[in-house]
Design a protein around this ligand. Sequence first.
Ligand code: HEC
Length: 165
Amino acid sequence: MKSEKTATLRQALSWTLPTLVLASATLLLTNCSKTADTSQPGTFTSVYNQVLNQSTCVSCHSAGGAGPQAGTSLDFTSKDSAYNTLTTKYASGLAAGNACGSVRIIAAGNPQNSYFMGTLFSDYRRNNFAGATGCMPADHTQTVNLTADEKSSITQWIQNGAQNN
Ligand code: HEC
């Protein structure tokens, strides 16, 4: 009876042990890939790490890039320059023209009035954007395609007051 039980236990262990080892290896791997960005979604750190600091933005929005050449004052080279230009500047690109000149790039607490949203989120683009007569934000969605997670992090960050957090 006793040896039968031990045999069953051994058999059970022979399955459970490798499964456990596999499971912990998977956990370890998952954790490793996450250490690249540990910031909270909805903070400026996560917006910068996940979106702005990617070559897709920096390649154009830095000195000599296509962004400044088209008149935008956004500079995503560093986290500080990104935060400072985004939160203090007004729409200034070619398509913005004079009609959007009074619209803030980021209106803290108000995604609906943030030109950033108008250019990058197709569902936010509309004429007379942010109440500025004749303002239609440039369509940036041809150049950049943000994921749903990135979009919700950006929206949350602006809604929470666009802090430097
Ligand atoms: C291929 C080059 C290119 C890439 C990549 C790019 N941009 Fe742009 N961006 C531009 C240009 C050019 C303009 C000006 C467009 C216009 O007004 O006609 C612009 C305008 C903008 C504006 C409006 C600024 C203003 O003052 O009018 C925002 C906001 C913006 N980009 C954010 C981003 C973000 C965020 C990314 C990355 C997710 C990004 N861009 C990637 C070239 C680029």
